[in-house]
Design a protein around this ligand. Sequence first.
Ligand code: ADP
Length: 359
Amino acid sequence: LKMKYNEEQAKRRRLHNQVEDAKGNIRVFCRCRPLSKAESSSGCSTVVDFDAASNGELGILNSSSVKKTFRFDRVFTPIDNQVDVFAQASPLVTSVLDGYNVCIFAYGQTGTGKTFTMEGTEGNRGVNYQTLEELFKIAKERNDTFTYDISVSVLEVYNEQIRDLLTTSSSSSTSKKLEIKQAAEGLHSIPGLVEAKVENIQEVWNVLQAGSSARAVGSNNVNEHSSRSHCMLCIIVRAKNLLNGECTKSKLWLVDLAGSERLAKTDAQGERLKEAQNINRSLSALGDVVSALANKSSHIPYRNSKLTHLLQDSLGGDSKTLMFVQISPSEHDLSETLSSLNFATRVRGVELGPARKQI
Ligand code: ADP
């Protein structure tokens, strides 16, 4: 009986692995924020149906109550917390310690929780901080076999220009405490990008703080500025296997993208129009790259934007990619929500059939 049980278990494991392989290296998780206090008190209704969320399905009801169903690798409802979310992302994140390049990005309309998911808040740390915490924990567990050097770069892309936030902040007192060096090999098109070596979570915190205060410099309205720029954290892991001397270098990009909302065409002029065009260009370039990868296309158009150019060696090949599509539950955001979910569906390379009627 025991033998039969073991055989059965082995068969299940094989099946599970086949399913995992078939999914490839691209995952899309959808996360819906709660209704805000203002939305609840104004009697705003929600358009999201989470009945099949545990199967990765999300229903969106239009004004005539017709339901359109979307399917993702995971669906997080407003009651899922930061720990629940990280628990699903952590295997991917920690594969950077095994030498894989990984890219995680949050996509969606401004105000849907991209920064909440990636950065989090004081008592509710997001993916960035939890990732580094986990990397240090695993590195320590493996310290009889491996040595790991972990460093961090923080940059932003605004109007197709790259700004190194650790250079900008290097005169501030926080960053003086960091051991900062110029990246010898350079990362793609940005030779000399500053890397801060981090040895514990307090140092990470200092780097992240230095990066966010530099982001605020030179902008009149920090919130507006951050919704129009891509904030990028790059974690570089250099590993040495103490048993065979083998060395590897891998990268993990954690990206809080600019807001995906369509600006009313008539409103945007001058600087705003230029910003909107650059955001559209980089987000659609990112969508084109990931969907070309998901569809195993022979040409991957990395060169169409700074964003995709920077991420080039962390998207495709052996690299693993995770996209969070962030949405609002509110009826007022319905058209932006549908547009984000359609984008994410295209990225995932799997389309569902036509909309089904709600029963
Ligand atoms: P974005 O970065 O997409 O513009 P934010 O991360 O700033 O959006 O989120 C907008 C607001 O909603 C913030 O006040 C944030 O704390 C809150 N929020 C977003 N997602 C959640 C969530 N899952 N749970 C609780 N509050 C959230």
